[in-house]
Design a binder for this molecule. Structure first.
Ligand code: C2E
Ligand code: MG
Ligand code: MG
Length: 720
């Protein structure tokens, strides 16, 4: 191996350098340098190289060679050699030239000084070339340039607006939050932004924005946002807000920001802003489509379920709700004859009609699909209100639809389920309303309120059906008697016989649970006959004891339409020798309305026996007073749901009052049912009501107790 020190002493022959030839100190100095030092003679041949040069060339031979020979991998080595000769000739040094070589390890960079050397006479005798390896710093510099370029390209091409606010002077992050917010508002100034922000704000160029204080950015909740930013350690993520663009259009923007804190001071804030207007519109549209029926614009099934679920969960103890399922009858015919486009138009118009029905009543109209609609009523005064609305809806549906110059009519069937009376959760409400709707359709009833009696899947119904037949044979039925009071005299004038079933295992079963079942089987006739016979028997019994009181009994729809009833009634009156005028039959309004012409004929037959007739549960059906006047009825019994709440509910009071007045004008007497307090009793007296019945005066009692009540009560007997 060549010893660089030896080489210096043996080969360093330049005259100027001669004086130092033996200068050991200079050798040490040159060899200790980190730079490569090469000394070229006037012929451009290396005469000296330091230790670093040998290290660089891996101890190869250097002395006597040209630059071209030792550095072939240098960029254009011949040119470099020429430069060395030029320095020699011109005597002018060439300093800090940056030169590149393609070494095995990749690109290497050097800073090269080419300095002419002179002898003691001042004559140039060679060129000293000092080479520093600057590969590392050049690579760093290139990397920085690269990342800078990448960053510029990213900012310029970003789909988001990118911006920087400088805080001048920086804000101490130990200050109280409100103070920091205040200072940010005062000191933050836009220092940098990309083209996107320029376009977002609709200005000509970035220069219109740079320098603007932060409060110019148009965010409506700037203070609150900055407070969140400070509280959240100088970060804000995906904050959404609305902004008016230059043309006054609302834009939805989303911003994120991050603060730079140096030495405990907030110096600047970098952030991005994205225009999410299209995304918001798209999401709003998607949400709309997910929740609405496109044809009618009405909410759809999932909205109904959600609304019902929420309302049922939050329902107050007294709150009643109803679900109406509406299904058009023979809608297919419209589609088939007028075409699907016309069918769609009918559905659209129907949607509007249904919606307008709810102007006064709070509720939700939805289209379930096809020709099925539903209405959810979350706040009912009483169960009857739902049935009344269902009838009104039916009327509105049956009005003519005009489609492309053609007039068409449609009918519908509506099923009603009531919460909490019948069902308390969404699926039960849906099922029950569906059962009722099917019932309305098959019986051509128009409207049907759910009843377990016509629900073929109700386990209760099946059980009761079996037991009901036995109940008559085994004497499980009894009658309870509730007094009716004449308001003008405050005296009893009669009883209403109310049926009770005392089941040996199930215990007491209310009439509303078993009578509908009897009505849908052949048991209703023998059951009613049993009531009529026992009612008339008790009437006779009390008549014999000197109590001249009337006996009211209830007839169900099927009884009224049964031709046998008038005949059996005639037979019983004769058999027990009870005058017809002491017997009164109560028929519900809906019974009469289910088949008005047959009801009219049946009522006439009963009337001819001298028996009185009254319309029960008046107000819950759908009859007009004027129509009832054509029938041979003498009395209206206002339904207890109106009477019970008439002191708290102004509308109910109006209904009671106007019913009394209209009935009187038509020559009918009025009985108020459900009188539970003296206040209601007094109010009815004031309104001029004729008679009253209710727990306040007397509850329904078994015959012996009713008899004792008759003898001992403060309410004496009416003079007849
Ligand atoms: P309805 O004919 O309207 O009878 C009045 C109902 O109201 C009775 O209920 C009675 O107990 C109740 N009531 C009377 N006063 C008050 C009061 O002040 N407050 C309250 N909350 N309720 C009062 P019930 O006995 O449970 O009968 C219910 C329904 O069952 C009757 O209503 C009637 O429609 C039917 N029903 C009862 N017995 C017979 C019958 O023999 N044949 C037929 N077809 N139906 C009957
Ligand atoms: Mg009754
Ligand atoms: Mg009633």
């Amino acid at each position: 191996m060549t010893n660089p020190n030896e080489m210096i002493s043996s080969e360093f022959t330049g005259a100027a350098f001669g004086a130092y030839q033996t200068n050991h100190a200079l050798n040490v100095l040159l060899n200790s340098m980190r730079e490569i030092v090469l000394y070229f003679d006037r012929w451009g041949v290396i005469r000296h190289a330091n230790a670093r040069a040998y290290e660089w060339r891996k101890d190869g031979q250097l002395i006597g060679k040209t630059f071209v020979e030792i550095a072939p991998c240098w960029d254009d080595p011949a040119e470099r050699q020429r430069e060395i000769m030029q320095v020699y000739r011109t005597r002018r040094p060439q300093l800090e030239s940056r030169e590149r070589a393609l070494e095995e390890c990749g690109d290497c960079w050097f800073r090269v000084d080419k300095i002419p050397t002179t002898d003691e006479c001042g004559k140039v005798d060679g060129v000293m070339v000092v080479i520093s390896d600057i590969t590392q710093s050049v690579r760093r510099e290139l990397a920085i340039k690269e990342s800078e370029a990448r960053y510029r390209a990213y900012i310029a091409n970003s789909p988001d607006a990118i911006w920087r606010y400088d805080i001048c002077p920086p804000i101490n992050t130990r200050l109280p939050i409100e103070q920091q917010v205040d200072l940010i508002l005062k000191r933050a100034v836009l220092a940098e932004c990309n083209e996107k922000l320029v376009r977002l704000y609709g200005v000509g160029s970035a220069s219109h924005l740079i320098g603007l204080p932060i409060y110019h950015n148009g965010s409506p909740n700037l203070s609150a946002d900055i407070t969140d930013f400070v509280q959240n350690r100088y970060r804000l993520e995906d904050r959404e807000y609305e902004h008016l663009d230059s043309s006054g259009q609302v834009m939805s923007l989303q911003s994120s920001a991050i603060g730079i804190v140096e030495n405990g001071f907030l110096t600047r804030v970098w952030g991005t802003t994205r225009n999410i207007t299209d995304k918001c519109r798209y999401l709003a549209r998607m949400e709309y489509l997910a929740n609405h029926d496109v044809l009618t614009g009405l909410p759809n099934r999932s909205v109904l379920y959600r609304t019902m679920n929420k309302a049922l969960k939050e329902r107050g103890d007294e709150q009643k709700m109803a679900l109406l399922l509406i299904d058009l009858d023979r809608f297919k015919e419209i589609n088939d004859t007028l075409g699907h486009l016309a069918g769609d138009k009918v559905l659209k118009q129907l949607g509007q009609r249904l919606q307008s029905m709810l102007n006064e009543t709070k509720g939700l109209v939805v289209r379930l699909g096809g020709d099925e609609f539903a209405i959810f009523l979350p706040n009912l005064r009483n169960a009857q209100q739902a049935a009344i609305l269902a009838h009104k809806i039916l009327d509105s549906i049956s009005l003519v639809f005009e489609v492309e110059g053609l007039r068409t009519e449609i009918c519908a069937s509506i099923g009603v389920a009531i919460c909490p009376d019948q069902a308390q959760d969404v699926s039960a409400m849906m099922r029950f309303a569906d059962v009722a709707m099917y019932r309305a359709k098959t019986c051509l009833q128009g409207v049907a309120v759910y009843d377990s009696a016509f629900d073929p899947h109700s386990p209760k119904r099946l059980e009761l059906m079996g037991a009901l037949g036995r109940s008559i044979r085994e004497n499980q039925l009894i009658l309870h008697f509730q007094p009716k009071i004449q308001l003008s005299s405050n005296k009893v004038y009669g009883f209403e016989a109310l049926l009770r079933w005392n089941h040996p295992e199930l215990g007491f079963i209310p009439p509303n649970d078993f009578i509908p079942i009897a009505e849908h089987s052949n048991l209703i006739y023998p059951m009613t006959l049993w009531v009529l016979e026992n009612g008339i028997r008790h009437c006779k019994q009390w008549l014999q004891q000197g109590f001249h009181i009337s006996m009211a009994m209830n007839l169900s729809a099927r009884n009224l339409l049964d031709d046998r009833i008038a005949l059996d009634l005639k037979r019983l009156l004769r058999e027990y020798e009870v005058p017809g005028h002491l017997v009164e039959l109560e028929i519900t309004e809906s019974t009469i309305m289910s088949d008005p012409s047959r009801a009219e004929a049946a009522l006439a037959r009963i009337h001819r026996l001298g028996v009185k007739l009254s319309v029960d549960d008046f107000g819950t059906g759908y009859s007009s007073l004027a129509y009832l006047k054509r029938l041979p009825v003498q009395t209206l019994k206002i339904d207890s749901s109106f009477v019970r709440s008439m002191l708290n509910d102004e509308q109910d009071e109006i209904i009671v009052n106007s019913t009394i007045n209209l009935a009187h004008n038509l020559g009918l007497r009025v009985v108020a049912e459900g009188v539970e307090s003296s206040a209601i009793y007094q109010k009815l007296v004031d309104l001029g009501c004729d008679e009253a019945q209710g727990f306040y005066m007397g509850r329904p009692l078994p015959a012996p107790e009713a008899e004792r009540w008759l003898k001992e009560s403060i309410w004496g007997l009416c003079e007849t």
